[in-house]
Each structure stands twice: as structure tokens, then as C-alpha cells.
Design a protein around this ligand. Sequence first.
Ligand code: ADP
Ligand code: MG
Ligand code: ZN
Length: 482
Amino acid sequence: MTWETVIGLETHAELATRTKIFCSCTTRFGGEPNTHCCPICTGMPGTLPMVNRKVVEYACRAGLALNCEITRRSRFDRKNYFYPDLPKAYQVSQLYLPIARNGRVSIATAAGEKVVRIHELHMEEDAGKLVHDPWLDQTRADYNRCGVPLVEIVTEPDFRSAEEVIAYLEKLKSILEYLGISDCKMQEGSLRCDVNLSVRPAGSRELGARTEMKNLNSFKAIARAIAYEARRQAELLEEGGRVVQETRRWDDNKDATFSMRSKEDAQDYRYFPEPDIPPLELSEEYLEGLRAEQPEMAEERKRRYQTQLGLPEYDAGIITGQKALVDFFEEVTALGVPAKEAANWMLGDMMRRLKEEELEPKDMRLTPATLVKLIGMVQAGRINRNTASKVFRGIFAEDLDPEEWVTVHGLEQIRDERVIAGAVARVLEEHPQSAADYRAGKEKALGFLMGRVMKELKGKADPGAVNALLKSRLETGGSEGG
Ligand code: ADP
Ligand code: MG
Ligand code: ZN
């Protein structure tokens, strides 16, 4: 039997507001445990929450970008559960009237464009973190993350493969980053994903029973978890078994999922409207204002880079593929570097170094000003383009000063005509055959001789000047030069 995999996603994104959703504690990542807390976010009796208006704005912006209907009168609800990472014993979330519903987002797949339906987007607060210490056999609670604002974005079960899921997450990440409302760092947990998965006989229209894999935090883990779980369910069904609806934990080391608990129902949480927060009324003018200010997203930006700046589609695609690259490119070109030259540096030298350092563009330390300075040194004839690549390699990781690097490493371009002429003469003398070949019409010999002279000058001469001098010496005869 052939099985079709059906997947729906629940994605949590931490919002990049300065303060928490219901108090003015900082949302900064890390910090000494329990230093980013107050009586409100730790749920002390007698405190009252106040909604952070930035959170509402960001949630609306995300809803609009995902083509959702924004709920003009939405509400918060309490989701009650007891767990030590949640000092209030309830999470303020939205169940009945989420702020945005019925959206859609298109993704690029191998088979072409595909529309994924967004069921809803709602606001909620994050919980704390439990730290297990196996040596002391203790568990400690860090409440710094309590009350950090989140949006949860729920899709319909529209995915059929891991590729589609990843294409969607890339798209979602891009949208949130272009909006500037989340930094989407999967490794810091600011973007995390629950994968709901079922299988059904190919061609069937009914949905099978599903399992949920919680808090997957890398694309690699997601792809492997999907492959494993789809196979597990198909094998179970083929043996005549039944898939139990439950939450399963993906273990990246064991490369398998394990049952955690039977799936809880909404009623297990005894949801009820949050009595301490009045319903949220959003005016049409407010939403119109947000619509008018929505920034240009990746596709539009890509098209503009092609038509307006004349970048090849490939270059435009890579740069607009990540907001950090777009920001870098915008700054470099604003400082006067032509678009194509900026793109060449970024796609060549920069990408190579990012890969070597295993860095994401957004974690890169190199600043646009440093690259512009380096490019300026090439334009001024202080170093040649090849040397500039070497300098780039050296200064990249720590954002060092290219001037200083060139001085310290003695890379300044050789401009002394006599030095270049001397090198040309030596090379012609050592390779009379190549010189003769060139004079006999073998253009290729020139390239070889060029290489020798550049090597002789430790790569520091201006290739144009070397080329000109070499040609003139070859054309005026005598291999003894002078
Ligand atoms: P709950 O409220 O119990 O979390 P929902 O119906 O809201 O369940 O669905 C949660 C997620 O699971 C959604 O992303 C939805 O698309 C997905 N989902 C629901 N049913 C299935 C199924 N049979 N197979 C795969 N995904 C599913
Ligand atoms: Mg759910
Ligand atoms: Zn607080």
C-alpha cells in the first residue's frame, strides 16, 4: 500500500519586543536565572497584567502578512495546567477569539507554487525553563522567559512532505524577519515548531489519527522526525495496528520518537476567558494604518533588485533570501558601492567565510562599513582585487580594520615600475620558450608568464600594469628585457 503523509504545524515565534507581554520586565535572552522577573510575570497574588501594545501591533502585522482576517474584538483566555515552569499555574493565551484567522501563504515547492492555509494566529505568553542537573539530581526553575510574548501560528493539515514543511518555515521566518517582529533564532528557541502528522492510504480523503511532536528546533531535526514518524505509522497500520493520538518526543540522538503522553483535549485545560484583561477592540483606522505601513517582503524586494538595480535573478534571490543579507546589502550600496559589486562580494567572499565559520548572516560581526573601506582600497589602487580577497578572509571573523591588516601583513600593492620591470625581465629570461611561443601567436603563453610575474611579486602588483608591461616587452623583442 502507498501511504500519504499529512502534516499540520503549530509554530511559536517569540516577539522581539523590548518588554514582556503583561509587564515591563526585559525580554532579553539569557541573563542570570530569575533576574528578568517581577511579581506580575511570576503571577503573585494581587497583581494585574497590562497588555503591551507592541505585542498587539506585532501580532496584527504578522496576521496581515499571512493574509488573515484580523479579529476586531479579540480576547485572552486562561489555559490552566500545573507544571513547575509555570508559576501562575495558567498560561494567558487565546482560544475562542484569536487575533487573526483564515490566512494563507504560498510556498515554492519542486512541483510549483502551493498555498498553505493558516487556521489562526494567536498571542500568548511563554513559560519558564527547567534546568535538570543530573549530578546533583536536582531540577531548578528559571522564570526569565515567563511572560515573553509569543505568537502561535497554526496551519491547516496542508503539508504532504518534509520539503513542504521546511519551505513553509523558511517563508514564515522570512516574513517575520522582514516585519522585524521576531529574530527567529531556532537555536535560542525563539522559533519552534510542533509537528502534527498522520498517514492515510494514497487517494483517501479522510484524515488518519495523528501524533504530535513537540518543540522541534532545527530544520534537520524536523525533516528526520517527519521521515521517522511517517514510516512508524505506516508500518503500524500495515501490521494491522492503530495509531494512537498522542504527543511524542523526538530524540535526535536515538533518531526515533517516543511516546510522552496521550494527547490532552482543550477541556483538560479548563480554558476560560481571562478575567483580568478586557477584550481587545481594534479600530478600522488602526488596522488601516498598519496595512499602509507593511514593509516590502522578500519577493517584491527581489523583483525590485532585478528590475531597478539590474541584479541577476540568482544574486537577487540569495540576498533577499535572508533579511540580514538584505540589510547588509542596503548599507553597502548606500555607502556608494555599485549593486553588482556589492553582490559579488557578498555571494563570493562573504558566503564562503560564513560557511567556513558555520555562521548565520545575522550573527556575523563584519560590518558594511568595513567591507566598503576594503573596496575603497582596491579602487584607490592600494591593493589589487586578489589581495583584497585575502584581506577579507583575515578580517572577516572579528571585523578587523583592513588598513591595519594590509600594513601589518605588508600587502600594499607594488607600484614601483622598476620593481615590476625587474620581475618581468627575470621571468622572460627564465622562460625563453614561452616568450617565443607567445611571439609565434600562442596567446596562452601570456597567461603563464603573467602568473610567473605575479608570483615573483608575491601577488601584490596591479595585474593590469603587469600585463601591459609584459606585452610591451614581448612585442619589442629581446627576452633579456631591461
Ligand atoms: P488541537 O486543538 O488538539 O491542538 P487542532 O485541530 O487545533 O488540534 O490541530 C492542531 C494541528 O494539527 C493543526 O496544525 C492541524 O492542521 C493539525 N492536524 C489536525 N488533524 C490532523 C491530522 N489528522 N493529521 C495531521 N495534522 C493534523
Ligand atoms: Mg494545539
Ligand atoms: Zn515581569
